[in-house]
Design a protein around this ligand. Structure first.
Ligand SMILES: Nc1ncnc2c1ncn2[C@@H]1O[C@H](COP(=O)(O)OP(=O)(O)OP(=O)(O)O)[C@@H](O)[C@H]1O
Ligand SMILES: [Mg+2]
Length: 152
């Protein structure tokens, strides 16, 4: 099952991130992998920013490109924001702590293409691509069984 969305602005992409967070909270989800796909500047971080904000994070959210991982502590919950741009091997991935977090935390992962082989089946995939103009992005959501509660 897929949900196709069109975003017409960075703000709208953030809004979609908020919607996904809302959905997880409503389902009392305490462990989930959100795998983001798409090229440079497609809006993965914008989406993650909205996601984090909806969980109540008040600080700055940017790409963890150089440090690979940002950890956001929000009251009683921790969300791990990964950027796999520089991850090329299992050794690299192990060194990030990914396998320690994966079963008991919420992870949101940019450049999931690079770790595709290590993702389990029940991840939520969010795929970004360029739309028909400079402010448009096509966003495809996969891995949610019931999109009813995901009205946008
Ligand atoms: N509809 C849109 N949604 C999201 N971003 C948009 C949109 N239209 C234009 N933009 C611009 O595209 C860029 C998206 O940047 P963002 O950091 O979210 O991308 P990214 O996918 O995380 O890239 P990277 O792989 O470099 O981390 C921003 O400069 C933003 O202003
Ligand atoms: Mg980014």
């Amino acid at each position: 099952l897929k949900l196709k969305l069109i975003s017409n602005s960075p703000q709208e992409t953030e809004k979609f991130g908020e919607k996904l967070a809302e959905f997880l909270k409503k389902n009392n989800c305490r462990s989930k992998v959100i795998a983001l796909y798409g090229n440079l500047g497609m809006g993965k971080t914008a989406f993650a920013r909205g996601f984090m904000r909806d969980f109540g994070f008040k600080g700055i959210v940017n790409s963890p490109t150089f440090n690979i991982l940002h950890e956001y502590c929000i009251e009683n919950i921790v969300i791990y924001h990964f950027d796999m741009y520089r991850i090329n091997s299992l050794e690299d991935l192990e060194s990030t702590g990914f396998f320690e977090y994966i079963d008991n935390s919420i992870l949101i992962i940019e450049w999931s293409e690079n770790i595709e082989n290590f993702l389990c089946k029940d991840v939520i995939k969010v795929k970004f691509s360029l739309g028909e103009n400079i402010l448009e992005r096509n966003i495809i959501l996969e891995g949610i069984e019931n999109f009813e509660s995901f009205s946008v």
